[in-house]
Structures are given as structure tokens and as C-alpha cells.
Design a protein around this ligand. Structure first.
Ligand SMILES: Cc1cc2nc3c(=O)[nH]c(=O)nc-3n(C[C@H](O)[C@H](O)[C@H](O)COP(=O)(O)O)c2cc1C
Length: 209
């Protein structure tokens, strides 16, 4: 029988292999599937959402909106859990907070399309993630949820586009995970090299740094 790493060892093994000098908050953030039942205090949740509020946005539109199931006893949490695809629900049900991000499709000042609505909602979620990391809390985004079910469940207006479902909480032990989910949790984190994502002169031409 193989011994599973404890949460501290797992976190150590997930530390991003960055160049020296990348901030610790960036290095330490990762997306777990093993959550503990420890609740996230409402004050801490409020800090995460406040961090989101201060993200940059096109025209300062602040197109992000969040539907928040602040603990598993809330009707919002239960409905969000119902909207997840089964593969996500299996592990996300252990997280004490579930959330849904939305992006407004149009600018409020002129009603024209805002092509940056979801882009900026993503920036806001990054704020949530970094603030959470600073407090020892973990955040896992999920595209795997039923969009139309969520739209109906929360009466989301058409002017708001679905972003990601999000699981938030403290790291737990791995005993609740099996099969593919456990493999994913134990897998090393990987990234494309800089040459594949940063260009100069023309698209695909690696930036020389
Ligand atoms: C918008 C978005 C959607 C995602 N959807 C899922 C998902 O449905 N299920 C899942 O297990 N992970 C999901 N992830 C997590 C990614 O798989 C994860 O961020 C990626 O593998 C990089 O790992 P890291 O966050 O630990 O660095 C999603 C992440 C984002 C940002």
C-alpha cells in the first residue's frame, strides 16, 4: 500500500518551479481537489471578494459578479453543487465555499458590447486567488458545470456571461480522493516554456530575454 503525502508535503511538492524572484504568492498558489471541512470565516471570504473588487477593468466597468455559497448549509451552496458536473462535484463537495463568477457583456455607460467582461472577471478571480493564498486558503476554478442550469437556478440575466465555478477552502488530506482525481492531485504541475507564450517581431517568434 502506498502512503499518501500529507497536505504540507503535497503543498511543498506543488510549489511552482519559477525563476528566482517570482513572488511567493504566485509560487504557492495551486488548485487542489483535496479540501478539508474547516469552514472559511466570513471575514476572510469578505477579504477575498474585496481583493477581487480592486482588480483592473476596461473603462473601470467592474463587470465581475459573484454568486457565493458561503458555507454548505446555504441554499446557494447546495444549488451551486448541483450545477457542477459529476467529476467536479465528487471532490468539490468537500470545499466549504462554492462560488460562480460572471462577466457583464455590455458597458453600463453606453450599452455597447464589452469584449473584456469575462477577461476582467478573470482578473478579479486572480485577486481572489492571491488574497486566499496569502491566508493559507486554496481556490480551484471549474469550467465543468451546467451553465444553463446555473442561469436558471440563480435567475442570471442574459447580459451576464458565465465565468467559472470556484471551490474555496483549506487543504485536506487525500483520503477522500480515488482514481483519476487522486492521480491529478499527485501529478506534478507543468507549464509551457516562456518561448511558447511570449513573442516579438511576429507571432510565434520567441521573445529574447
Ligand atoms: C477557468 C478554469 C476552469 C477550470 N476547470 C476545471 C474543471 O472543470 N475541473 C478541474 O478539476 N479543474 C479545472 N480547472 C483547474 C485547472 O485544471 C488548473 O488550474 C490547471 O491544471 C493548472 O493547475 P494549477 O491551478 O494548480 O496551477 C480550471 C481552471 C480554470 C482557471
Amino acid at each position: 500500500m502506498t502512503t499518501l503525502p500529507n497536505p504540507q508535503d503535497l503543498t511543498r511538492s506543488k510549489l511552482a518551479q519559477t525563476s528566482a524572484g517570482v513572488h511567493a504568492l504566485v509560487r504557492q498558489r495551486w488548485s487542489p481537489r483535496s479540501f478539508s471541512s474547516r469552514e472559511v470565516h466570513p471575514d476572510d471570504l469578505k477579504l477575498m471578494l474585496d481583493a477581487a473588487r480592486w482588480a483592473a477593468s476596461c473603462f473601470n466597468e467592474q463587470p465581475w459578479r459573484f454568486i457565493v455559497g458561503a458555507n454548505p448549509r446555504t441554499a446557494t451552496y447546495k444549488k451551486l453543487l448541483e450545477c457542477l458536473v459529476e467529476a467536479n462535484r465528487q471532490w468539490a463537495k468537500a470545499a466549504p465555499v462554492l462560488m460562480l463568477t460572471l462577466g457583464k457583456r455590455t458597458f453600463t455607460h453606453n450599452a455597447k458590447p464589452n469584449h473584456y467582461g469575462l477577461h476582467d472577471a478573470g482578473l478579479a478571480l486572480a485577486g481572489v486567488m492571491l488574497q486566499a493564498t496569502s491566508m493559507g486558503i486554496f481556490v480551484h476554478g471549474m469550467g465543468g458545470f451546467e451553465h444553463e442550469k446555473a442561469r436558471t437556478a440563480f435567475a442570471i440575466p442574459d447580459d451576464y456571461e458565465m465565468g467559472a465555478a470556484v471551490a474555496i477552502g483549506y487543504l485536506g488530506d487525500l483520503s477522500g480522493l480515488t482514481g483519476k482525481t487522486l492521480d491529478q492531485e499527485l501529478a506534478p504541475r507543468t507549464r509551457k516554456p516562456l518561448e511558447e507564450i511570449a513573442f516579438e517581431d511576429s507571432f510565434g517568434q520567441a521573445l529574447a530575454l
